[in-house]
Design a protein around this ligand. Structure first.
Ligand code: NAP
Length: 312
């Protein structure tokens, strides 16, 4: 367990000498453009220094605008923030990876990325259509490219010097293993759903053993209720330690050695989600003993985003 009482500044070292990732990350999966700008600006102002983006979210321009303005106003250096984005399923062909990376950089107004992820291990029909469907409405997959071929193109981006680290998202341990074994540059980060109802313990153990950062999305169960936010064990601990259920869930995630992403939409929520302190050991153990199991996001099974944010 981590010893410091304040978890806000916890940083996770990345393999391959790629620096450190702030454990508490802000996710930009926000459907509306104006809300993206406000929430990103508020998150930066509140103190978030880790921003998770994706070409699939179709709001990299707004995130870029908010970051550029926020860095200038706050006197914050580019090196002080950690920015991730992800290559989408329709860009898995090796020749499409670098153009996709460059286009994301351009939209984000950045000249390097801290982390680039393969958004899902599923390749869709190559092209500019994010969600290619056949006449029956089924996703059109691309059988002409392997995940390892896409990974090789990701490795070339690191060689090029404008991408500091690479990783995978929405991946199972079974699919991660062959990539890990064949990779010249090992994955630095794996981003998957993670919370007390889906602890992914086996994957987490593998990541710890191999110096891969386990980056949990949906640490609050996507805010869906019933869910971890209103679990009776979490509520009771929150009352006992004088924190909110969200803060308890975020503390648990960091204490078990993962980084995490949340999407606070207001300045008050951003401050709340950063104000995270170590839980007493008995509370930590109690959360580990929760037996409920539930996956909120099916993206890991099909590559199709299984979750549309509330309010879309
Ligand atoms: N790799 C992938 O496939 C994938 C999939 C999904 C998400 N992600 C990433 O992960 C990020 C995190 O998203 P998430 O949905 O997983 O995050 P989450 O934090 O588990 O859920 C977000 C929801 O929680 C609510 N919330 C936030 N802070 C709260 C608090 N302090 N108390 C109560 N409710 C709170 C929000 O409500 P309000 O809107 O009312 O504030 C929102 O509805 C995304 O933005 C994205 O970057 C990645």
């Amino acid at each position: 367990m981590i010893e410091t009482s304040d978890l806000r500044n916890t940083r996770m070292p990345l393999n391959h000498g790629a620096g450190q990732m702030p454990a508490l990350g802000f996710g930009t999966l926000i459907p509306e453009a104006a809300a993206t700008i406000c929430a990103t600006r508020d998150a930066l102002e509140a103190g978030f220094r880790h921003f998770d983006c994706a070409e699939r979210y179709q709001n990299e321009r707004e995130v870029g605008e908010a970051l550029q303005a926020g860095l200038a106003t706050g006197g914050i250096a580019r090196e002080d923030i950690f920015v991730t984005t992800k290559v989408w399923n329709s860009n898995h062909r090796p020749e499409r990876v670098e153009p996709a990376f460059e286009a994301s950089l351009d939209r984000l107004r950045l000249n390097y990325l801290d982390l680039y992820l393969i958004h899902t291990p599923f390749a869709f029909r190559p092209g500019d259509e994010h969600d290619p469907r056949d006449t029956e409405g089924n996703v059109v997959y691309d059988r002409g490219v392997t995940l390892l071929e896409t990974w090789r193109a990701m490795e070339s981006l690191v060689d090029g010097g404008r991408c500091r680290a690479i990783g995978l998202s929405d991946i199972t341990l079974n699919r991660l293993l062959p990539i890990y074994e064949s990779a010249r540059i090992k994955p630095a980060v794996v981003q998957v759903e993670g919370h007390p109802y889906l602890p992914e313990t086996e994957l987490l153990e593998f990541c710890k053993e191999k110096d891969i950062v386990f980056l949990a999305f949906a640490p609050l169960g996507h805010g869906i209720r019933p869910g971890p936010l209103d679990d009776p064990v979490i509520s009771a601990i929150a009352a006992r330690v004088g924190k909110t259920p969200a803060q308890v869930l975020l503390a648990w995630a960091v204490q078990r050695g993962t980084a995490l992403l949340t999407t606070p939409r207001t300045a008050a929520r951003a401050r709340e989600n950063l104000d995270v302190s170590v839980l007493p050991e008995d509370a930590f153990d109690e959360i580990n003993r929760i037996q409920t199991r539930h996956r909120f996001n099916e993206v890991v099974k099909t590559g199709s985003p299984g979750f549309i944010p509330q309010g879309r």
